[in-house]
Design a protein around this ligand. Structure first.
Ligand code: GLC
Length: 692
């Protein structure tokens, strides 16, 4: 263990120098990919918000402010100097006991901790060589020789995590209300902005992130950025920071709040309705604040948290549940009680949590399904019964194989028996089991063990996401479970057992060819039984939009108008523009006002082959993409830079291009990418493709 730690430190030290000199850095293909294995197994982690705001507890000048305590400086419009003068001398978390925190997490079944190292207030929780607003400037962190306690909470936490076998991650805020170079300045902050340089702030950020990851705290599993919304990735130097993190901590996971997509999404205080198409983690407060808030006693209950956990895992996500220790370093008794309740349930139910994920079964009315596979390949479907059905019936529709065991987790009950109705498995819980479940302190789980992954008659899956075609198209299906068949209609009628089943072709693919616009409906059958689950998708045959003579100049015409917009302005709105320029590609031209403007970018786009092009536009705020007079993407409205896609069939050669976008206030962004016909990835559009 020790040697390993030493090795990590040495490697990290070598890599740390590379971040400054840059030439000794590992090449990107030598950088370890993000390590999701532990994260997927873990599923459940603890978020800790802890900074100067914890000392205030949302109380300023004797008044309690409901809501997020870590935002107090901003919400009360407190000048940073005053905030620091009040809270720094008071901050002395003498009762901080890293082992107690880590054990509280561990006993609740959490496998990792992500702690705020610096929140928006700007205070560093660790002795930072590049900041005076850090723990070393408080009584707690000052050397003993200078009358302090000489303690470093991150050091203590890292050690405790190592002892108790939890992974550690660091939250770091890009936003900084106190740093003299951070801009924009809040309007109540009287410090002059003359001389403030954002580039110097990013240098400071890089130095701080390096301190956190250079190995002094051992292995760090996650870098959790936040507060990225006031600047774009380029200004934040996100690429550099993330590359440094990956070099210093091979396998580290980076979240999506570095003004870039990162490795995973972080829905905040909400659980998505369905699976997301990328790894994700919901972070959630336990009461109404992230940081300690003295008078907020509105805590979620352990059963509510456990239902959230099951809901999240059923959709393939992770759950990062927050606690806010106070300024003395203590976790309040109410949070501890909830954590203990979670832990009691986890003792007997964690097999339905760890290593579990989405189960390919319809979402039941009574709760959620999670599915786990153990090392030997045994697969368990876990029925999380939030509100057990009065009938006592639990159905696994379309599960063809029989379970080897059915168990009530943690219960003293006889194993329920199952019966089969065609392709459906049915379990009936008898009244005594239902009665016991009703009395349990949190939701019950029934586990269905299968010797291996059981065959399920799900709705047939169509491979690929092309929905528009030119001429003919081949629609491919994922192979059905052995012994099952796929029945497909192309005229929007419901497939029945008499509908012809598709056979595997010579390549072993299940495919059909379409030559006209068709709504395809497909169901699976097994031994004469049709599944209820159906796939229905319309494929549109389109004509190629003809090409035109290309303009002879490269680049695009940009026109800017100032004004407050909430929708994408029409073409005519730009006729009065006095700010015109030629730009290389679709991007925000230099010299636009900071806020409140709209731009139109016109010219031609030269496409290298005939076929269906998919375009993706990410803009903040709204935008529209028009090609040959057709609205291909409508990404209108006020929003952040979420990408939106649209398809159009284009003949090889040049086509009219018209991109319009408006920016209200805050972050601005405009990125247009394309996916060439018959390919699967989006790519940057080369500048040679643009003409005017
Ligand atoms: C936010 C808030 C913040 C909190 C975080 C957690 O962006 O600004 O206070 O730390 O989300 O997700």
């Amino acid at each position: 263990m020790r040697n390993q730690k030493l090795l990590v430190r040495i490697v990290a030290l070598v890599l740390a120098t590379c971040a400054i000199t840059s030439n000794a850095c590992p090449k990107s293909d030598q950088i370890a990919p993000p390590d999701f294995a532990w994260w997927r197994e873990a599923r459940f982690g603890m978020f800790v918000h802890w900074g100067l705001y914890s000392e205030a507890g949302s109380v300023w000048k004797g008044h309690f402010l409901p809501g997020w305590s870590e935002w107090m400086l901003n919400r009360k419009k407190i000048p940073p100097a005053e905030y620091y003068a009040e809270l720094m001398p008071r901050f002395d978390p003498a009762d901080f006991d890293a082992n107690a925190w880590v054990l509280a997490a561990k006993n609740a079944g959490m496998k990792y901790i992500v702690i705020t190292t610096k929140h928006h207030e700007g205070f560093a929780n660790w002795p930072s060589a590049v900041s005076d607003q850090d723990i070393a400037a408080t009584k707690f962190g000052k050397p003993i020789a200078e009358g302090g306690r000489g303690r470093d909470p991150l050091r203590e936490l890292a050690d405790a995590c190592e002892v108790h076998g939890l992974k550690l991650g660091f939250y770091y805020s890009l936003l900084d209300w106190a740093h003299p170079d951070y801009l924009p300045r809040r309007e109540w902050d009287a410090r002059p902005i003359d001389g403030a340089q954002y580039a110097r702030y990013t240098q400071f950020m890089r130095a701080q992130v390096k301190e956190l990851l250079d190995g002094r705290y051992g292995k760090i599993a996650v870098l959790w950025g936040d507060g990225d919304w006031e600047h774009g990735a380029r200004e934040h130097t996100s690429d550099e920071i993330v590359a440094m993190a990956r070099a210093l901590q091979p396998g580290i996971l980076v979240n999506n709040r570095w003004a870039q997509p990162g490795d995973y999404a972080t829905p905040e205080n909400l659980i998505p309705d369905a699976m997301l198409d990328r790894p994700w983690e919901t972070c959630m407060t336990l009461n109404g604040s992230w940081g300690y808030a003295r008078d907020d006693h509105d805590f979620k209950s352990a059963p509510a948290v456990l239902q959230n956990l099951a809901d999240i895992i059923s959709k393939g996500g992770n759950y990062l549940l927050n606690i806010g220790p106070d300024g003395r370093g203590r976790i309040d008794p109410e949070s501890l009680e909830v954590l203990a309740g979670i832990g009691r349930w986890m003792q007997t139910h964690s097999s339905s949590i760890y290593r579990n994920g989405h189960a390919d079964l319809p979402v039941p009315e009574w709760g959620r399904w999670t599915m786990g596979t153990n090392q030997e390949g045994r697969t368990t479907f876990n029925a999380h019964l939030f509100s057990p059905p009065k009938s006592g019936l639990i159905r696994l529709d379309g599960v063809i194989d029989d379970p080897i065991a059915v168990r009530v987790l943690g219960g003293e009950f006889a194993a329920p028996t199952f019966r089969r109705e065609g392709p459906d498995l049915i379990v009936k819980l008898d009244p005594s089991v239902l009665g016991a479940i009703a009395k349990a302190s949190a939701h019950s789980v029934i586990a269905f063990d299968f010797a291996s992954q059981p065959r399920i008659m799900t709705a047939p899956k169509i491979l690929g996401d092309d929905r528009m075609f030119v001429g003919t198209t081949t629609v491919r299906f994922a192979a059905p479970p052995t012994g099952a068949m796929i029945h497909v209609t192309t005229d929007d009628s419901q497939p029945s057992i008499n509908t012809l089943a598709i056979q595997a072709n010579a390549q072993g693919e299940f495919a059909i060819v379409l030559d006209q616009t068709s709504t395809l409906r497909a169901r699976t059958s097994w031994q004469g039984n049709m599944s209820d689950a159906e796939t229905a998708i319309t494929f549109t045959r389109s004509e190629l939009s003809p090409a035109k003579a290309c303009g002879d100049r490269v680049g695009l015409d940009a026109r800017v108008i100032a004004g407050t917009f909430e929708i994408v302005p029409a073409n005519d709105a730009f006729s009065g523009s006095t700010q015109r320029s030629v730009i290389e590609s679709v991007a925000i031209p230099v010299g636009v006002p900071a806020d409140r403007y709209a731009i139109q970018i016109r010219g031609m786009i030269d496409v290298p082959a005939s076929g269906v092009y998919r375009f993706e536009i990410a803009s903040d705020d709204g935008s529209e993409l028009w090609i040959d007079g057709v609205l291909v993407i409508n990404n209108g409205g006020l929003h952040g830079a979420t990408p939106k896609v649209g398809d159009i069939a284009l003949a090889i050669g040049c086509h009219d291009l018209d991109v319009r976008m408006f920016e209200s206030v805050g972050t601005e962004a405009l990125v247009l990418r394309w996916r060439l016909p018959m390919t699967t990835n989006f790519a940057e559009i080369p500048v040679q493709a643009f003409r005017h």
